[in-house]
Design a protein around this ligand. Structure first.
Ligand code: UDP
Ligand code: MG
Length: 139
């Protein structure tokens, strides 16, 4: 199996109607969608997903934002998936994101920054298991 990463199209980008354009951007860059759904996280679930950031000053706002509307999590397969996807989405702060990156194109702020990307293969595995059972993956 090729490496994969876990992404989430975040509430701001879903609400703004950018899901189709963002998926096109991702697929055009060579990523294959292995699992995908439209769902809304409860605050408890959003808090669990970002548990690693629980001590950060932005945590409570982040949890509120991530549970504020529907999101689209996806498992994306590609050689070098984690690093290539981080390059594709750009810096956390859209003001610092490179031209042509998904965050530069679609993010509104450092918090409402359109999209998530796993930061390591280990976290990609944990995050994919958070959203998808083995039965929800396709070839
Ligand atoms: N975030 C925020 N304020 C900050 C840093 C991060 O609201 O100063 C939010 C933002 O939505 C970001 C998420 O918390 O995507 C997770 O932060 P991380 O540092 O892991 O950034 P990422 O890996 O998403 O680029
Ligand atoms: Mg991160």
């Amino acid at each position: 199996m090729k490496p994969y990463t876990l992404t989430i199209i975040k509430p701001d980008a879903v609400a703004a109607g950018h899901v189709g354009k963002i998926i096109d951007h991702i697929v055009s860059a060579g990523f294959k969608v292995r699992a995908m759904k439209l769902m809304r996280l409860t605050p408890e679930q959003a808090g669990m997903f970002y548990y690693i950031h629980r001590e950060r000053p932005f945590y409570n706002d982040l949890v509120r934002y991530m549970s504020s509307g529907p999101v689209v999590p996806m498992v994306l397969e590609k050689d070098n998936a984690v690093a290539d996807f981080r390059t594709l989405i750009g810096a956390t702060d859209p003001a610092k994101a490179a031209e042509g990156t998904i965050r530069k194109l679609y993010a509104q702020s450092i918090e409402a920054n359109a999209i998530h990307g796993s930061d390591s293969d280990d976290n990609a595995k944990l995050e994919a298991a958070f959203f998808f059972s083995a039965l929800e993956w396709v070839d």
